[in-house]
Design a protein around this ligand. Structure first.
Ligand code: HEC
Ligand code: HEC
Length: 487
């Protein structure tokens, strides 16, 4: 059993029936429960994880969407964990199930902000995933500091944790459902969590930073001791049983599950309250610059951004996620500031390793990284998987001029520009060559400087927490949306 991507209709007409045939990742089990329960008792106050102040109209919209979530018997992933959790106490009423989701959400929130889980005692999930920055870092470091001495670094920028609920499970050959697009098209490698898509569930993901020697550097024993000593220890026992702390393994699993549950709180993690959402709903107008930016973003001959960062609603009316979740190689320059990159033989090759290990011998997966959502992108301070850029201008200029003016992005050795310096040449066939990456040196860039500015202005409309202006808006949003590129 699997539920479709629950909150996809956060703003706009709530679709009543969807037959989505793919496994949503984070939105799995618990959303099934919250969705079903919200449907049965929509008047109840929502779970109390208000880490973010965005919980206004959009939250109730997201909740309504959740309530509309329908089960489908399609293939795929698993509400196994939820079922198990529910079955922990077979014969639980809906109210009891609702209560246990509420408890896990509240616990997950406390765990998320608790540095005592880490080996150093100084690093919480929130240290790298700040709620004020859409759960991306509050500083502008390319990669965050961690480990026992808080001086170790990994190789990747910390992403936003918002809008992960609709990331599908990783698949080498991905087919959209007909409700969303064209089912016959093989979209290639798609989905999964982290930049290389190596895990499918929030609970499996949470294990990574907790145990990583350059992040939280903890152990199940340390985590158990911390939770046992935490102010929320009693709440933890109440949620998972009096004897939960007898088993480190069970405690650690309960921690992971609580974190996953917290990450699915709709009003915190997928509220759909951006200006662009209001615009799509006909409740706000974009400025000239923003509208022009949207046009350029969508135009196949210009930015062509929407071919990967989807900007229009799905066929069935769900709001856009600003990603098709595809894993793609775009040849981001090597970030020479990273410690790992001091070794000239070291390469972060994304899906083919070294962090991900199951596709290591598959050359066609070298250099590909999952397309991130662009929702709340203006709240981020470092961009791309290696955090090389620190402003949206730089990022958009990279797209526009990577091929026309490569010397602006890649270093030169003896006067020769070392294009794609972070991907060994034997993998260059994997690089994307569609617009805007379809030009040659000397040709006109896909976007000029004024156009880059407008695209950035548009990207700034994707930040949650927009206050819808009072009074009527004199314009039909659908009519104003320029033609959209479809891949
Ligand atoms: C030291 C900084 C740091 C800490 C602490 C940290 N993370 Fe992360 N997080 C990252 C980085 C870096 C990535 C990307 C990892 C990769 O691609 O290999 C990431 C990725 C993620 C993702 C996947 C996002 C996506 O786009 O697929 C989730 C979910 C997540 N972290 C949750 C957590 C949770 C829960 C905790 C606490 C248990 C946590 N993180 C602690 C840095 C951190
Ligand atoms: C062919 C697919 C594709 C197209 C077209 C595309 N992107 Fe991306 N985008 C990606 C991928 C993949 C990444 C991550 C790449 C990496 O880090 O290696 C990314 C990353 C980004 C990021 C950084 C996000 C973050 O969290 O670090 C921004 C901003 C962005 N794209 C904006 C745009 C804009 C603006 C356009 C159009 C000018 C565009 N993209 C066109 C696939 C695409």
């Amino acid at each position: 059993m699997l539920v479709e991507r629950a909150a996809q209709s956060g703003v706009g007409p709530a679709q009543s029936s969807m037959n989505i045939k793919r496994g949503a990742v984070l939105a799995l089990a618990v959303t099934v429960l919250t969705g079903a329960l919200a449907a049965c008792d929509a008047s109840k106050p929502e779970v109390s994880a208000n880490a973010d102040a965005d919980a206004d109209a959009g939250a109730s919209a997201a909740r309504a969407a959740n309530a509309g979530a329908e089960r489908s018997d399609a293939r795929g992933a698993a509400s196994a964990v939820a079922i198990k959790l529910v079955a922990q106490d077979a014969g639980q009423s809906r109210a009891q199930v609702y209560e246990s989701v509420r408890q896990m959400t509240a616990l997950g929130k406390q765990l998320f902000f608790d540095p005592s889980l880490s080996g150093s005692g100084r690093l919480a999930c929130a240290s790298c995933h700040s709620p004020d920055h859409a759960f991306s870092p509050s500083n502008a470091l390319s990669v965050q500091l961690g480990g026992a001495d808080m001086h170790r670094t990994g190789m990747r920028a910390a992403p936003t944790l918002k809008y992960l609920q609709s990331v599908p499970a990783f698949a080498e050959h991905y087919h959209e459902s007909d409700d969303e697009g064209d089912e016959s098209v093989d979209a290639g490698p798609t989905g999964g969590l982290t930049w290389d898509g190596r895990v499918d569930r929030g609970s499996d993901q949470a294990r990574i930073p907790l145990l990583s020697s350059f992040e939280m550097g903890s152990t199940p024993a340390r985590v158990t001791a911390a939770v046992k000593a935490a102010p929320y220890a009693d709440a933890f026992r109440a949620a998972f049983g009096e004897h939960i702390f007898d088993s480190e393994d069970a405690t650690f699993k309960a921690v992971l599950q609580s974190l996953e549950t917290f990450e699915q709180t709709p009003e915190v993690f997928y509220p759909y309250t951006s200006k662009y959402d209001a615009f799509l709903a006909g409740k706000a107008q974009l400025t000239q610059a923003e509208l022009h930016g949207l046009q350029l973003f969508n135009d196949e001959q210009k930015g062509n951004c929407a071919s990967c960062h989807i900007s229009q609603r799905t066929k069935d009316g769900a709001p856009p996620q600003f990603s098709d979740f595809g894993l793609i190689a775009i040849g981001v320059p090597r970030n020479r500031a990273l410690t790992v990159n001091r070794d000239p033989r070291f390469y972060d090759l994304g899906a083919c390793g070294p962090e991900r290990t199951d596709l290591g011998k598959r050359d066609e997966f070298c250099g590909i990284f999952r397309t991130p959502t662009l929702r709340n992108i203006a709240l981020k301070k470092s961009f791309f998987h290696n955090g090389i850029y620190h402003s949206l201008d730089q990022v958009v200029r990279f797209y526009a001029e990577r091929d026309t003016n490569p010397e602006k992005f890649y270093p030169a050795v003896k006067g020769k520009v070392q294009k794609f310096d972070d991907l060994p040449q034997r993998y260059w066939a994997n690089l994307n060559t569609e617009a805007p990456f379809d030009r040659k040196p000397g040709e006109k860039p896909a976007l000029d400087e004024a156009e880059i500015k407008d695209v950035v202005a548009f990207l700034q409309t994707l930040t949650d927490g927009y206050k819808v202006p009072a009074g009527p808006v004199n314009m039909s949003a659908e009519a104003a949306i320029p033609a959209v590129a479809v891949r």
